[in-house]
Design a protein around this ligand. Structure first.
Ligand code: NAP
Length: 353
């Protein structure tokens, strides 16, 4: 049997980091092969379908270059009908997460990127060329790899939370907070870390009141952030409290929450709210690496060189949220995707691989 062909560069992941690295690598004539992930029920439940976290959001107002306006005609001219048909009709706002991801994907395709709609389940980075194992079987050899598999927001796992996702339940205040349904209404944020307080503070710009619900009696967040929550008259803190159920109906989406005490003392409360934001941490999608790259204690890939995307294995680079638990923005992920492609190109140009 013939040995599998060797790829120059394989990119694993299809969020802003994956596509930006593909655009740069394709223009550098590296003929990248992108594994964009499989379309499967397992990935849907885990929030790891192709096109990443942005595919789960609605409007994206903070990606530079997409002010509010009617993008409809541009989308029709840019995307092939079979991809356009997968998205809801454009409704005269700026750009949505799925639209932005489809545009990035198409831009990568325009320069010759090849795409496989499958997951990489396992890797062997112990020798070069590297070996990647897709879920559909076989193996792929690669001189160089960019890991851009992102992170998935953690959810509580409540049935009602799942039911109202994108209809008032969100895991990203910065992505969704400014939507009309959240304006001048009470909102709920769950979590006690820096993200929860940052999101609660951000949401006070839109909400009438933000109920910050935390399971313990003190915040995990840094002192300065915690103080910000205590000082903000629009934030009402509920310590020793858990979200027991998201309330709502199919017409209105979320209308409230049922809270429960966490200390054993009977306590039950119902609050009115038009939105529930989960800020209980993210999990980077690094399990498939099986310990072959150096990870932080929270399982994010470690960038080994200052302001470079090199990982602990020479020839493997990382971009986007899989290596960033701090900024976690679409535009910063896209930026590090560009950096990873340039790092890979220069590494290959020096005769490595
Ligand atoms: P985090 O620090 O891990 O905090 C997660 C919070 O969610 C904790 O308060 C935790 O409660 C709570 N939680 C976890 N699972 C839960 C569950 N099942 N039910 C209820 N509550 C649950 O995560 P993060 O806030 O996203 O921050 C991640 C990193 O980014 C941190 O290093 C943070 O400092 C950094 N960050 C910094 C800034 C900033 O400086 N401006 C902003 C955002 C993030 P417990 O406390 O009880 O464990």
């Amino acid at each position: 049997m013939a040995a599998p062909a060797e790829e120059t560069l394989v990119i694993i992941g299809s969020g802003p980091a994956g596509w930006s690295s593909a655009i740069y690598a394709a223009r550098a004539q590296l003929k990248p092969l992108v594994f964009e992930g499989a379309i499967s029920e397992k990935n849907r439940m885990a929030g790891t379908l192709p096109l990443g976290q942005l595919a789960l959001t609605s409007e994206v107002e903070n990606f530079a270059g997409f002010p509010a306006g009617d993008l409809g005609g541009f989308l029709d001219s840019s995307l092939p009908p079979e991809r356009r048909g997968m998205m809801p009709p454009h409704e005269g706002h700026g750009v949505t997460g799925p639209e932005l991801m489809e545009l990035m994907r198409q831009q990568a395709v325009n320069f010759g990127t090849r795409i496989v709609t499958d997951d990489i389940l396992k890797v062997d980075f112990s020798k070069r060329p590297f070996t990647l194992f897709p879920s559909e079987g076989g193996e792929v050899k690669a001189k160089c790899v960019i890991v851009a598999t992102g992170a998935s927001a953690n959810w509580l796992g409540l049935q009602s939370e799942e039911h109202f996702k994108n209809r008032g339940v969100s895991a990203c205040a910065v992505c969704d907070g400014a939507l009309p349904r959240f304006r001048n209404r009470p909102l709920v944020v769950v979590g006690g870390g820096d993200s929860a307080i940052e999101e609660a503070t951000y949401l006070t710009k839109f909400a009438s009141t933000v109920h910050l619900v935390h399971r313990r009696d003190q915040f995990r967040a840094s002192k300065i952030m915690a103080q910000r929550a205590f000082d903000d008259p629009k934030i009402k803190i509920h310590f020793n409290t858990a979200l027991a159920e998201v309330l709502g109906d199919d017409a209105k989406g979320v209308t409230g929450v049922r809270l429960a005490g966490t200390t054993g003392v009977a306590k039950e409360e119902t609050l009115e709210a038009s939105g529930v934001f989960l800020a209980i941490g993210h999990t980077p999608n690094t399990a498939f690496l099986d310990g072959q790259l150096e990870l932080t204690p929270k399982k994010y890939i470690v960038w080994k060189k200052h302001f470079r995307t090199n990982t602990s294995v020479e020839g493997v680079f990382a971009a986007g949220d899989v290596a960033d638990d701090y900024y976690r923005q679409a535009i910063s992920a896209a930026g590090t995707g560009c950096m990873a492609a340039l790092d890979a190109e220069r590494w290959l140009a020096h005769g490595h691989g």
